[in-house]
Design a protein around this ligand. Structure first.
Ligand SMILES: C[S@@+](CC[C@H](N)C(=O)[O-])C[C@H]1O[C@@H](n2cnc3c(N)ncnc32)[C@H](O)[C@@H]1O
Length: 350
């Protein structure tokens, strides 16, 4: 039975499910979930991410990680972690750039936190025994400072959606129409503290994103270090329906073929960073364009062009895609959660 049919049977028996429950099943259902069975990243797949746009992205994050380690006093042991590493490209580029600091490479005990069996296999092929795997942050040992990176992980952590109706707030749920097809509907919900929101406004709330913010902060307050979260999303609270399904680079109806497409919501940086601060961590946020500019992406692109003048046009396009305001530069944000007493490179106040 397809995931669509199984969900329809479960809803017929037990009633509508939240958008968060629907997202979690679409992504992680062991039989048919997108990441569990058929993740397809890259130009030939369903969507493209910054590390796949250009090697410069992972390399600069490598430079950032080394600079963090230096700012932390070059500890002899360090937990270097990537969450949601996709096909492993970012970590591969990061480790190549980090070779400039052999003592960093020697100190780094490197972990990938990954839930997807097919992606773990890709990562294993690319990275071999340079890394170890964990299914959650809890499985990564503590006791040493943490430098963690996660690109486009928050957006696949499920969110509930609430809609302002003429009579108050309702929760958007996935139910069945008269023909037994999946459809969006509304269910009773507690009233949200926004009495002036216009009718039709959508408020998204991701317990999973907030809980990751708390878990990272608790670890970092205990052991020291920093977590860099890069994703498309908001840097201030706001309304908006951001649920999106992508199949072969095209937006599709999220209710069509559950599990066949990647399904995401925007990262809710204000909620994630507030949750981290409540645990005693410090936080900061920049646009991706500003973050990469401060790390020297312009100079890095120029150096690559000097080495390969024949690649000048391609490198120019890659740079533009990563930093231009109308490309990934402004929609994508770089948020950092860090221990008190220092500020990670690039996030210092200007
Ligand atoms: C959109 S992909 C991004 C991949 C990669 N970071 C990149 O930028 O190319 C999301 C990644 O997060 C992983 N993932 C999804 N949910 C996860 C979870 N709850 N815990 C850890 N990894 C998760 C996916 O399997 C995949 O590796």
């Amino acid at each position: 039975m397809s995931l669509r049919d199984r969900l329809a049977a479960e809803i017929a028996a037990g009633g509508p499910i939240s958008v968060a429950q629907f997202m979690a099943r679409c992504l992680h259902d062991p039989q048919d979930g997108y990441y569990a069975t058929r993740p397809a990243l890259g130009p030939e797949g369903d969507f493209i991410t910054a590390p796949l746009v250009s090697q410069m992205f992972g390399e600069l994050i490598g430079v950032w990680a080394v600079a963090c380690w230096q700012a932390l006093g070059e500890p002899a042991a360090l937990r270097l972690v990537e969450m949601g590493p996709g096909d492993g490209t970012l970590m591969s580029d990061l480790l190549r750039a980090a070779r400039m600091a052999p003592a960093f490479v020697a100190a780094a005990d490197t972990w990938l936190v990954e839930t997807s069996p097919p992606l773990r296999e890709k990562q294993r092929r690319l990275l071999g025994d340079r890394v170890r795997w964990a299914a959650s942050l809890d499985e990564v040992p503590g006791g040493a400072p943490l430098i963690l990176v996660a690109n486009e992980l928050l957006d696949c952590l499920p969110a509930r959606q609430f809609v302002r109706t003429a009579t108050g707030w309702a929760e958007q749920v996935v139910g069945l129409d008269a023909e037994g097809q999946l459809t969006f509907g509304l269910a009773n919900a507690p009233q949200l503290p926004f009495p002036d929101a216009p009718e039709g406004a959508v408020w998204e709330q991701s317990a999973a994103q907030e809980s990751l913010g708390r878990a990272l902060a608790a670890r970092i307050v205990q052991d020291g270090g920093a977590a860099l979260l890069i994703d498309y999303g908001r840097d201030r609270p706001g309304f908006g329906d951001t649920l999106q399904a992508l199949l072969r680079h095209e937006k599709v109806d999220p209710l069509e073929g559950p599990g066949e497409a990647d399904i995401t919501v925007h990262a809710d940086f204000p909620a994630v960073l507030d949750a981290a601060q409540a645990e005693g961590a410090r936080t900061a946020i920049l646009t991706q364009g500003e973050f990469l500019a401060r790390l020297g992406i312009g100079e890095r692109a120029e150096a690559l062009v000097r080495a390969r003048p024949d690649k000048s046009a391609v490198l120019g396009r890659q740079l533009n895609r990563l930093v231009a305001a109308d490309q990934m530069g402004e929609l994508f944000k770089a948020g950092v959660i860090h221990s008190p007493g220092w500020t990670p490179p690039a996030f210092e106040a200007e």
